[in-house]
Each structure stands twice: as C-alpha cells, then as structure tokens.
Design a protein around this ligand. Structure first.
Ligand code: DGJ
Length: 739
C-alpha cells in the first residue's frame, strides 16, 4: 500500500521503494508538510507544526494566528492571511481583494492515475501507481482545491498537480497557482539548477541556499535555454555517489517558476509551477483550473540515484512513442551542411553519399517551402517551393527512399514571417498588442495558437504535406520567445491567460500530429534546446539538445541535460569542422564518441568530407548499432566533469543487469608531463570479472586482462592523459555474459 490515510490521526503517508512523504492535518485544520526523505515509518507532527514557538498559550490562537501561519509548514500555502512566505495559491475575489485560506476536508485514494485534461502527464497502470486526492476548501471563497499525488513505487517518484474549482456564485481570478510546494527544515542546503543560453543550454550550477529566495524561472513563453524547469536541494556534502537530494522537474513547456525560500525560522519552502508574473485565470462559478504536473524525487544516495529515478520514470511513464523501444535510424540533417542554399539535386547528392556510408534517414531542414530562401520570408506558407525542389517534395522523397533511406522533414508551425502569404491574409493571427509594433525576433512573429481556428488551419496545411510525403520523421522547431502578449481573440479579463493558453495550444497541435501519424519519429526543437522539458517528451521521444554541435561544448550541455533526461531523448549529431559555432577542430572520432551518448546522427554536407573522414562513418554507425540498446536502456553514471584543473570528462552507461558497460573518456585539453588519472568506475557488479575492449581510441594496456568490478570501482583504473580533444570508449563485458 503506497498510500496510507489515517483518518483518526489525520496523517497521510506516501511510500515508494526507498522514500517516504508525510503530511498531517493540524488541530486548526491546516494541511502541514512533515517529511520527505528516506523511507521511515514514524514522524512526530507536533515537532514540525511548531506551535510551541507561537507566544500564546495553546489553543488560544485567536490572538496570534498570523504568527502561527508565518511558521507553519504548509503543504500548499496560500497568500493573504498571515503566511508571508511564497504562496502556492493566490486568488482574487470579485471585489478585487486577494486572500485565501485552505482547510482540510477529505482524502481519498485510487489505483492508477487520472489524465490531466489538455496537459501532458505521466501515466501508469493500476499496479504501478496509486493516486491520492486531498481535498481542501476555502469556505469564504467557496473554493475547492484538490491536491493530487501519484505515487510511483518502483521509480521512487511522486507527481503532483492541483485542481482548483470555483464552487461559489462569485467569479474568482487565480493570480498564482503553483503545482507543488513543501516546507522543509533547512539542512544547510545547496541549490542545483541548469542554466545557460542559446548554444550553451543546461549547464549545471550549484550554490549555497541563502536567506531569502532563490528563483529559477522563465518568462519567455518557453521553458527556455537560460533557466531549466528543474531544481534540486542538496544536503551537506552531496556528490554524485553520496548525500541527499530533493528534486523537482516540471512537465510543462512555458513560463515557469521554481523557488527555494529560506526564511528566518530556517524553514525552506520549495515550490514549482506556472510563473505567476503576467498570469491570471478567470474562474467563473462552476469552472475548474488544472495545473501542470511536477515530478518529485528524493535520493539518499547522491545525484546518480536521482538521475536514475528520473530516467527510469520518463522511460517507463512519460514517453509514449513506439521509438522508445524501437531502434532509431541514424539520420543525416542538411541544416549545417547547406542552410537555405539547396535544391533537389543537392539534397539528393547528400542523401546518396550518406546512404553509401550506411546512414539510414535523410532529414530535410528549413527552407523547402514558400519563398523561404533565408529566414526573412515565407514562414507560415506550408507549400513546397517548386523552384527549389523541382518535381516536388514527393518526388524527392521517393528518390531518397529509392536509396534505401527513410525521409524526414522540418516544420515550424507556431510562427509566421510578416513577409508571407499567411500573414498578409491573417495579420490578426499573430500575437501583438494593438497600437504597438510587435518586436521581431529572427524576423518572425508568434502565431496566436491560443485560437482554435489558427491551430486547425496550420495543422491542416502541415499535415497535408506530411501525408503527401509519408514522412517517417518530423522535426518541430520553434525559433523565438513570446513578446508583445496580446490576443485579438481574448477578452480584456482573459489576456493574462494567453501564455498558458499558448502552451495548451502547442500541446493540442502536437497531440493531433502524433495521433494522426502514430508511426512517426518525432523530434522537438526550439532554436536548439530552448524547450527541452518533460512536457515536450510526452509528444516526442527526442529533442534537439542544442544548436551547438561542437563535441567539447556538448560535454557540459549533455551532462546537464542527462542529469535529468534519459540519453535517448538527446538529439546529438556529428557535424563538420571547423565547428560552425565555435570554430574548434575536433577529431571525427571524438565528435562521434560524444554524439553516441544520445540519439545519433550527422549534420553536414557529406559530399564535402574527405575520403578518410568518410571511411569513419560506417565504423561509427556499426558502433552506434552495437551499443544503442545499452545507451537507450542502461543506467547513466557521471564519473568526472571537466574543469580547468581536471580537463577531462568521463561517463558510463551500465546495463540494468550490470553485465555490460560503456565508458567514455574525453580529454578536453592535453597537459604535458601529467601522469595517468586513476578513475573509479561505478555501477558495476563488484564480484564480476569484466573483459575490456577499446572500441574507440588507443588501447589502454590495463585493459588486456580481466578486471573485477570491486577493483574498478574501489581502486579504479588508469587513464593516461590524451591530446587535446582526444577520446576513447571502452566496452566492458561480464566474463560469462552471453553477449
Ligand atoms: C533552429 C534549429 O535548432 C536548427 O537545427 C535548424 O533547424 C534551424 N532552426 C532552422 O531554421
């Protein structure tokens, strides 16, 4: 029984294989948070409620209620009545006044997990998940708030979302509705987040939790490359292998906030949800608002364990595509190879060269439609440009299929160039504020896909092309942030709903795509990895990780991304040198070894490669085929993260049965006269002897003999320093494994 509701004692206990999450109702009717940590049986609510700190004799709280609310460990805090910390919920009444106080009413448990209407959400059958609904009420506002907790026992995951219903006769306005919040006691926490920008997304950053608020957020309309919808509190001394981690990740692709607030009383409030800035939602009598889902996990064994929880959970309970199990084709994308400068002959030549090397799918990127010869024109005109692609798109697709390859195509459905027929026909379809010239970004405007007629028309046009070419793959791009937020279709009171309605619009469009083309391999993208989040993974099993394809730049990007998301979700390509983004010249082996940690492909003009480089491709593809199952399904371990002092990166992938492992070592910069590095591996079986095979790079002498797991994990193994940007990949196979 993962969920126990003790009606008498008014306590609730959620249990997974290794964690416990506990709440209790106070004698004043508030729902308090007690504990989230290692699995235990008992906890003392009175100590957490801290009533003894309120300078008033119990039970006379009439006198000092605000003092009590200011330190009570709320499970879902509200604003306006005396708790001055960050609220999860703020509601305004018809008179414009904003206050709310929630009292416990009821709790019930069901097997399985209900869907969240219009939103991506995790799923599971009755054996794998149970859901708790805690009903709270504000009797003054006649507001019912249902806190949903779904407990995934095996993966040590609890998901949360909230249903908010107006049961009164008065119209209400939600000004803030986070999906999850909890009050913990400070344990000298550090905050870990993922930060960056375009072309350097999701670099891990760790800082001490100071007094006041530490906020990670996006107001760009997408989950953003600058700040990712992930936050973790780390206990003192937490490392990859050891220590406590409490983490939240948001199944949402728009504006979000994650906040850790350390207050004077040394309580820490951790919350996550839709960003309240610019957000409001009209809740008419009888209406309901549902928040997106937060995924929470706790690990007592460091960051590796947290990563395994998230990876297993997303693989088992979020990603729906059949390509989660099926092997994905090695693709070649023409973007960095040609940009907009191509015709059907050029694309066919690239495909021909690629197929000769064993590449399995050709992806035609931006520039095939309308008047799209650069990024100034044509976005929105989803008709093939027959001047560029003579004979049309179907003919090109057929010829490429004739080479034995699959055919994929790029689209950017959410956008429009002012210089397009679509914009000329429907200028009011773009998001803009009347009387104000909207700011362009990459010469484009955002379509108001909060409007059904806009969504339907765009999807009709795009699906027509996809059906015509029988696309095997689609890359759905989104190349700007949202600004000038105004919708011609929403009333004045509902303009604050635009950003969220926009995200709901994206979800509806992507749902239509995957329903109509269930066999499609679907990849999301947003100027590289600007919308890499679990919301998108519900629709597409992979996301283009970054427009930075340099192998060395990719190390940190992929490290941060893989901290939370399975390797199979990261689109990773070998591109040309000097690299387009940073001009670096990395050996082709390292470019491939780094890309092998994701969904592998190429992105270059193969007709311009040297013969020696081209010879490497079939070998790399064989390597990908050989290890793709292990990469897609194994446990990922981050062994070393490169820094100026230790300029090498090491990661491992270990099969669930611990009979196989892949170790990748990348030397970022070579250093003269430095000895070999002794590196401790992880995740192996201590009593198993492993054969070692160097599958890429120079063979290490220490790999010729059988090595035992206990030796490799405790004493470690020597990796001699390599030259700049060199790398090696080792394959470990258990002595008696039938591989
Ligand atoms: C941004 C993407 O990240 C690139 O891969 C490419 O598809 C371009 N957009 C095309 O405009």
């Amino acid at each position: 029984m993962p969920i126990t509701v003790n009606e008498q004692e008014k306590t609730i206990h959620l249990e997974t294989d290794h964690t416990s999450y506990m709440m209790a109702v106070s004698e004043y009717g508030h729902l308090g948070h007690l504990y989230y940590g290692k699995r235990i049986k008992h906890v003392n609510p009175a100590e957490h409620f801290r009533f003894f700190e309120v300078p008033s004799p119990r039970p006379d709280l009439k006198r000092e209620k605000a003092r009590m609310l200011a330190i009570f460990p709320f499970e879902y805090p509200t604003g306006g009545t005396g708790d001055f910390r960050t609220p999860a919920l703020q509601v305004r009444n018809e008179k414009g006044m904003s206050a709310c106080e929630l009292l416990y009413r009821d709790a019930r448990v069901e097997f399985g997990k209900p869907k969240l209407p219009g939103l991506p959400s995790s799923f599971g059958d009755e054996q794998s998940v149970e859901t708790l609904t805690v009903e709270l009420e504000d009797p003054v506002l006649h507001l019912k708030v249902m806190l949903l907790y779904s407990v995934f026992v095996k993966e040590d995951i609890i998901t949360r979302s909230v249903r908010i219903c107006n049961e009164g006769k008065e119209g209400l306005t939600i000004e803030r509705a986070l999906s999850a919040s909890m009050d913990l006691e400070n344990r000298n926490f550090e905050v870990l987040g993922l930060f960056g920008d375009w072309a350097r997304e999701r670099h891990p950053e760790r800082v001490k939790l100071h007094h006041g608020k530490q906020v990670i957020s996006s107001l760009r309309g997408v989950s953003s490359p600058q700040e990712a919808p992930f936050i973790a509190l780390l206990g003192e001394g937490t490392s990859q292998e050891r220590g406590e981690v409490t983490a939240m990740n948001f199944v949402y692709s728009g504006n979000f906030v994650a906040v850790a607030e350390r207050s004077a009383s040394e309580s820490v409030r951790l919350g996550m949800g839709i960003h309240p800035e610019g957000f409001s939602w009209q809740l008419l009598p009888g209406a309901e608002f549902v928040t997106p889902e937060v995924v929470m996990t706790y690990s007592s064994e460091g960051l590796d364990e947290m990563t395994h929880h998230f990876h297993d959970f997303y693989r088992n309970h979020l990603i729906r595509s059949r390509y989660l199990q099926e092997e994905r084709p090695v693709l070649i994308n023409n973007w960095e190879g040609t940009y907009f400068d191509f015709d059907e002959t050029k694309l066919y030549e690239i495909a021909r060269g690629a197929s000769a090397c064993g590449i399995e799918m050709f992806v035609m990127d931006d520039g095939w439609f309308g008047n799209r010869n650069d990024d100034e024109h044509g976005l929105g005109d989803w008709m093939v440009n027959e001047e560029k692609l003579k004979g049309g798109i179907r003919q090109l697709a057929d010829r490429i299929r004739g080479l034995g390859m699959k055919f994929g195509i790029w689209v950017e459905p959410e956008m429009v160039n002012p210089d397009s027929d679509l914009y000329r026909e429907h200028p009011d379809w773009a998001i803009a504020i009347p009387g104000r010239e909207p700011s362009l970004f990459r010469s484009q405007l955002v379509l108001d896909i909060s409007r059904k007629e806009v969504r339907d028309e765009i999807m009709d046009r795009i699906l027509k092309v996809l059906h015509e070419v029988e696309a095997d793959y689609v890359k759905w791009d989104m190349n700007r942030y949202l600004s000038d937020l105004g919708s011609f279709a929403l009333t004045q009171e509902r303009q604050g709903e635009l950003s969220h309605r926009y995200v709901l619009g994206v979800y509806e469009m992507q749902e239509r795509l995957v329903k109509e083309l269930p066999n499609l391999l679907f990849e999301n993208c947003s100027s590289g990895g600007a919308r890499f989040d679990p919301g998108m993974l519900y629709y597409s099993p992979q996301i283009w990780t970054s427009d930075d394809t340099d192998a060395i730049e990719r190390l940190k990007i992929q490290e941060g991304t893989a901290l939370v998301y399975p390797l199979s979700t990261m689109g990773a390509h070998v591109s040309k040198v000097p690299n387009e983004q940073v001009g670096r010249i990395c050996p082709i082996a390292t470019r491939a070894n780094v890309a092998l940690a994701g969904s592998f492909g190429y992105e270059l003009d193969i007709t311009k490669m040297t013969a020696e480089e081209k010879e490497e491709i079939p070998k790399q593809i064989r390597m990908y085929h050989r290890f793709r199952k292990l990469t897609m399904e194994g446990d990922y371990y981050r062994i070393a993260s490169w820094s100026a002092e230790r300029p090498f990166d090491v990661w491992m992938i270990v099969s669930k049965d611990r009979k196989e492992a892949l170790v990748t070592y990348v030397q970022v910069l070579g250093r003269p006269q430095t000895g070999a590095e002794r590196i401790r591996l992880r995740g192996l079986d201590p009593d198993t002897g492993y054969h070692m095979e160097t599958v890429s790079g120079k063979m290490l002498p220490s790999t010729s003999s059988l090595r035992y797991g206990d030796d490799l994990m405790n004493d470690g193994m020597l990796f001699p320093a390599l030259g700049d940007f060199e790398s090696l990949v080792l394959y470990l196979r258990a002595e008696r494994a039938g591989v």
